[in-house]
Design a protein around this ligand. Structure first.
Ligand code: DGL
Length: 266
């Protein structure tokens, strides 16, 4: 089926997922939606996040997407269940595939998750990992300053490094051998994160397992694009389209010819 896959994030974070999507599913077309006018989601409550996610999902479904990929952990934690109740197309979240990878790969059984305040407070990663591996010890750490840095396009510097050092200092007192980047914005900061934690802790980007999962779902449901399909992508933002195009293509590493502005809310 040639129809596009809808990929959704509150802002630029989902582009870390798109990068992997393009690598594994080069024939698939996408419509990416960044809700940059309303980012960050992670400091909001579930009652606030759900309507935002529903509104964007409604838009993407209205554009005829064949499946929806929530390239946002916060949206997955807050709204995956209600989305699946409301829409009949396949909807893939990012938390379960990431948790499975962490539960499988950790040797010490001590796993840390860094994510937004909402995702950590929801306990979604902690609970999912512990269901899969009951004896695991899971640490959750919110890093609320990371998303605004990425949205501004500030990917290094003293201030960011100091924030990373503070957020990640707890690792020194644990036996954590596996760190899950539980927010799609954070892989944009992987250079700094790796520098701060050193070489010995494995970093898991849940996007990798999530893209394998969506490939499987498209295969099983007979939704894959045919062998002669030429991928065509659309990028939409609720924010400033020129800022999205400039920073977005730098973060993604692919040119974006045009970015559509799609206003959300009032
Ligand atoms: N990128 C999103 C995530 O994976 C959240 C960023 C935000 O706070 O809006 O959780």
């Amino acid at each position: 089926m040639r129809r596009p896959v809808g990929i959704f994030d509150s802002g630029f974070g989902g582009l870390t997922v798109v990068r992997r999507f393009f690598a594994l599913l080069p024939r698939e077309s996408i419509i990416y939606f960044g809700d940059n006018a309303r980012v960050p989601y992670g400091s909001r409550t579930q009652e606030e996040i759900q309507p935002l996610v529903l509104e964007v999902a409604q838009y993407l479904v209205g554009q005829g997407v064949k499946a929806l990929l929530l390239a946002c952990n916060t949206a997955t934690a807050a709204a995956l269940r209600v989305l699946r109740e409301k829409f009949s197309l396949p909807i893939i979240g990012i938390i379960e595939p990431g948790s499975k990878a962490a539960a499988r790969l950790s040797r010490s059984g001590e796993i840390a998750v860094v994510a937004t305040e909402y995702t950590i407070a929801s306990g979604s990663y902690q609970n999912t990992i512990k269901e899969l591996r009951p004896r695991a010890r899971v640490y959750g750490q919110a890093c609320p300053l990371f998303v605004p840095f990425v949205e501004r396009g500030q990917l290094n510097g003293r201030e960011l490094e100091a924030a990373a050092e503070e957020y990640l200092s707890f690792l020194a007192h644990t036996k954590v051998d596996t760190l899950v980047l539980g927010c799609t914005h954070y892989p944009h900061l992987i250079g700094i994160i790796r520098r701060v934690i050193g070489p010995d802790i494995r970093i898991i980007d849940p996007a990798e397992a999530t893209i394998r999962e969506i490939k499987l779902v498209l295969e099983q449901d007979g939704l894959l694009a045919p062998a002669d399909a030429l991928a065509q992508h659309r990028f939409c933002t609720s924010g400033d389209p020129e800022h999205f195009r400039r920073l977005g293509q730098q973060l993604l590493g692919f040119p974006m010819e045009q970015v559509e502005q799609v206003p959300m809310g009032d």
